[in-house]
Design a protein around this ligand. Structure first.
Ligand SMILES: Nc1ncnc2c1ncn2[C@@H]1O[C@H](COP(=O)(O)OP(=O)(O)OP(=O)(O)O)[C@@H](O)[C@H]1O
Length: 627
């Protein structure tokens, strides 16, 4: 059915206006010779037509006599025809304070005329709406340009140019940035990774409250490596009850003989910090057909170890400058120059090293102030994500595995000793990063390595390393603060900038979420086969309006009949529907014989009414309650 039945037209008469229009589709953006023809959003003002059918109470079919009079549903439209609906002076747009890529407003878009380009003689005017500059070619000038009208009318050709929308600065985006999107998608893929029973047939189905175990490193490696004297392996796993994902560190063949160490586990579990991987629980299991100890941690998908990131021979072009080629013995000075040259060409940027130092000292500070020690500050036990966030990944393991809970040992002195070791380990780690070599921290390479740091980096960095490596004095992580100094502010500033970027991306998705809710409502109504035993429910009454609106938003065509797709048009229409603005649009029946002039406010009422009817009889509204 293409037009509403007569009996229904009465029920609309209070809300609907009949528009007189040409037989051609109202919403076809195209080149036309007449000033009066246009896409419905860009017709001339209603007030310019004295007998405007906008106030006509009944609906009627068009006839050819209507050809001369065009309906102007938008009283505030700019004097443009055949342009994208992007250019629309609705209050929604003009009131929008922010325009950067927000779906509320397509920022920095301008109307570009091909003719304008080819013929500089054709004048144009511009208008600033809510911070966005729109450029129009003269066709019907705005009120404030009346004085130029005579001149313009004589010089302008009657035909209007075709317009296209493009952005001045950057393509405005309604969605989050590609980088962020890919990053999140990648993490989602990794999180949802499923175990392959053929590849890992020996993996248990369940380990305590966890299932779906996926090894995080190749099985061949895990079989050969030692972990504090024990073999260890890492798995991603899913909690059976909550479905949350965790990381399981399994210590193979470990028998817990003394449960006193569990006091440390409790302390670690309480420790929460942005630079540590939080320990969730520790238990023993025989699920792997041995006595295994399992440490459950938060799972941070996509993380890699610091070793892998900066010291891996797998990296293109990486080679450890301290590795001697013993086949060709050379004088020491030659080797040292070689190392220096290599380090100069491959060194990590100093701000990056300070960034790491700030994060690591921040983690150590919280650990040490809680009377604990890291004891695993090693490039293999620090993970890093794509945004350079470092996390200590193996906390608590040493305290349990080494089981030094003998009552004769002074626990406080022991912790303090380990804290000093943490600081030495930090010094070695920074030295290794500065030389891009794990071998730089070996006793025989240390003086060369420090020399390299002095030549390649600031004195501050060298002083920090020297302080951390000076084992004869008692050191404290808080003493590092003055050495870091103003770099803290830089770090803070970078973080705030990053938060602002994420905030902006989030605000775009917030708008998209809102539009998705409107589309969900529309979709539940449009084309519904039947409702309340009424097979024509979706085609009659309020729903008919919504059907025509759906066509207006999504099914516009060019003059040639091809699809006319414009995201700005879709977003603007849905936004206006969401707000229920008084602006009117012309909805054309599919047989193009009739046009309804209706305001967004009325359409919103139709939508709420129809959706309310559906929701009132729905048995299950899960997730849709707050639409
Ligand atoms: N909490 C975590 N979330 C996600 N991935 C992690 C987590 N902890 C470690 N990983 C990843 O698991 C893998 C194995 O970690 P592991 O700590 O065993 O490092 P490793 O380099 O294999 O060290 P070792 O040789 O001492 O076992 C690494 O790729 C690491 O990035």
């Amino acid at each position: 059915m293409d037009w509403m039945p007569q009996n229904h037209s009465r029920s609309f008469s209070s809300r609907l206006d009949l528009a007189r229009a040409t037989q051609a589709s109202e919403f076809v953006p195209r080149v036309v010779a007449s000033r009066a023809s246009a896409s419905p959003n860009f017709l001339n003002s209603v007030s310019s037509i004295p007998n405007s059918p906008a106030v006509h109470p009944i609906t009627k079919k068009f006839d050819d006599s209507d050809l001369s009079t065009r309906v102007t549903p938008e009283s505030v439209s700019p004097p443009l025809v055949n342009s994208s609906p992007l250019i629309n002076n609705s209050s929604l747009v003009s009131n929008s304070p922010h325009s950067n890529g927000s779906p509320l407003l397509n920022s920095s878009a301008i109307i570009h005329s091909d003719k304008l380009n080819s013929s500089p003689a054709i004048p144009a005017y511009q208008e600033n709406v809510g911070g966005t500059t729109y450029f129009y070619q003269y066709q019907s000038p705005p009120e404030n340009c009346q004085q130029n009208e005579t001149t313009l009318n004589t010089t302008l050709p009657p035909a209007l140019p075709e317009f296209s929308v493009f952005s001045v600065k950057k393509e405005p985006s309604y969605f989050m940035s590609e980088d962020l999107r890919n990053d999140i998608l990648n993490r989602n893929v990794l999180t949802l990774m499923q175990p392959d029973p053929q590849q890992f047939p020996d993996l248990p189905q369940e380990v305590d409250s966890y299932h779906d175990l996926v090894p995080l490193e190749p099985i061949s490696n895990t079989l050969h490596k030692a972990h504090m004297g024990y073999q260890a392996s890492m798995y991603k796993a899913t909690h059976i009850k909550t479905g949350a994902h965790f990381c399981l560190r399994r210590i193979h063949g470990f028998r817990l003989s003394n449960t006193k160490c569990m006091a440390f586990v409790e302390l670690w579990k309480k420790l929460s910090h942005s630079n540590i991987v939080q320990l969730k629980e520790v238990f023993t299991t025989k699920a792997f057909s041995d006595n295994s100890m399992i440490f459950v941690y938060d799972y941070h998908p996509g993380s890699e170890t610091l070793l892998n990131k900066h010291f891996s021979p797998d990296q293109a072009g990486y080679c450890d400058p301290f590795i001697n080629d013993t086949s060709t013995p050379r004088p020491y000075s030659y080797q040292k120059n070689n190392i220096l040259r290599h380090t100069q060409n491959n060194k990590l940027p100093e701000p990056l090293i300070w960034n790491y130092i700030i994060q690591l000292t921040s983690a150590l500070r919280i650990i040490h102030t809680n009377a604990l020690a890291c004891r695993s500050l090693d490039p293999t036990k620090i993970i890093i994500n794509s945004r350079n966030r470092l996390r200590l990944s193996c906390l608590g393991v040493m305290d349990v595995v080494l089981q030094e809970t003998n009552s004769s040992i002074n626990q406080l002195a022991l912790v303090q000793h380990y804290q000093q070791e943490d600081l030495s380990a930090l010094g070695k780690l920074v030295l290794a990063l500065a030389c891009k070599s794990t071998m730089a921290v070996q006793r025989e390479n240390m003086s060369t390595a420090l020399d390299i740091v002095s030549r390649s980096y600031t004195a501050d960095l060298r002083n920090l390393i020297m302080y951390l490596l000076a084992t004869q004095q008692r050191r404290s992580v808080t003493d590092l603060m003055p050495m870091i100094g103003a770099r803290f502010y830089t770090q803070l500033d970078n973080l705030h900038n990053h938060i602002e970027i994420l905030d902006h991306e989030l605000s775009k998705e917030l708008q998209n979420g809102r539009l998705f809710r409107i589309m969900t409502k529309l979709a539940t109504i449009n084309e519904r086969p039947d409702f309340n035993l009424e097979s024509s429910w979706a085609e009659t009454g309020d729903r008919y309006m919504l059907k025509l609106f759906r066509d207006y938003v999504f099914h516009q065509v060019t003059q040639e009949g091809g699809p006319w797709l414009d995201m700005a048009h879709i977003v603007h229409c849905l936004n206006k529907l969401d707000v229920g603005v008084p602006e009117k649009i012309s909805l054309v029946s599919r047989d193009e014989q009739s046009v309804l002039v209706v305001s967004y406010a009325e359409l919103k009422h139709c939508l709420e009414q129809s959706y309310g009817e559906l929701a009132g009889q729905a048995h299950d509204m899960s997730g849709l309650e707050k639409l």
